[in-house]
Design a protein around this ligand. Structure first.
Ligand SMILES: Nc1ccn([C@@H]2O[C@H](COP(=O)(O)OP(=O)(O)OP(=O)(O)O)[C@@H](O)[C@H]2O)c(=O)n1
Ligand SMILES: C[C@](O)(CO)[C@H](O)COP(=O)(O)O
Length: 228
């Protein structure tokens, strides 16, 4: 199965002066951990790494050092994640199904990628997600709570997200013509009235967004490697 990895962000919330995916995490660039999970997945056969052209030299160096067994194509990203995925879909070789996984979710396991790949044979669209643990409040502009949604219906979206390619392409085309801006591909499917199935995600599959997340990711990796 084909995998697109959006990796063209800036990492503004990290407060870093470079793409956070190039920051070091336990001795390796953060994106390396994501690529290693894709390499170890039984179902992934092709990887599209969507990046900002300024980062191409660094990504090429990382890829040369890793020398993965699977083909990796560098694709020019856009100014938003949505535009980056759109570009990825344009560059995708002929394929019926695609998984999309954030470069910043570097702790996703190969097993999660494989479960999503297998489930995608049965449904038009899916996302990994975990039940929300906190009580969530809907708050107005003045900081006053408006409502408390029933937690049983709340799930935190992760990636991988997987889709039938033709349907996702149609949703992205519709989004461009209607000027929809969303933070994930499932939201486009939803807006187009298409079904998106939840696949149980992983609690450790955090998106490295702030420097605290980077510390948490290091802790999880050390635990996995048995060094703590
Ligand atoms: N124009 C963009 C923006 C984001 N991404 C990717 O989408 C994923 C999720 O985005 P996020 O965590 O928000 O990354 P950044 O945009 O780098 O972070 P920030 O919003 O803090 O700037 C990341 O793997 C990021 O590289 C992308 O490919 N193209
Ligand atoms: C796709 C995503 O990782 C799902 O949680 C997320 O929506 C990416 O965008 P964000 O704005 O960084 O949350």
């Amino acid at each position: 199965m084909h995998l697109l990895i959006p990796a063209a962000g800036m990492g503004r919330r990290m407060g870093s002066d470079r793409n956070k995916l190039l920051l070091m995490l336990l001795g390796k660039p953060l994106i390396t951990w994501t690529l290693l999970a894709a390499e170890a997945s039984r179902h992934i056969s092709w990887i599209g790494l969507i990046a900002h052209p300024d980062d191409f030299p660094d990504f090429k160096e990382i890829l040369a050092e890793l020398s993965l067994t699977k083909p990796v194509q560098l694709i020019v990203g856009g100014t938003t994640r949505q535009e980056s995925v759109y570009n990825g879909l344009q560059a995708l070789p002929a394929a019926q199904l695609v998984l999309i996984h954030d470069g910043a979710r570097c702790l996703a396991t190969p097993q999660l990628l494989d479960r999503c790949a297998e489930e995608l044979l049965e449904v038009p669209g899916l996302i990994a997600a975990v039940p929300v643990k906190d009580t969530i409040k809907v708050v107005d502009a003045t900081g006053v709570i408006e409502s408390t949604p029933n937690r049983e219906q709340l799930w935190a979206a992760q990636t991988p997200q997987g889709f039938k390619v033709d349907l996702l392409q149609q949703c992205h085309a519709e989004a461009r013509s209607q000027h929809w801006e969303v933070t994930d591909d499932a939201a486009l499917f939803e807006k187009c009235g298409l079904k998106v199935q939840i696949v149980q995600g992983e609690e450790t599959n955090l998106k490295v967004t702030t420097s605290m997340d980077l510390s948490l990711a290091e802790f999880v990796l050390r635990q996995r490697l048995g060094t703590i």
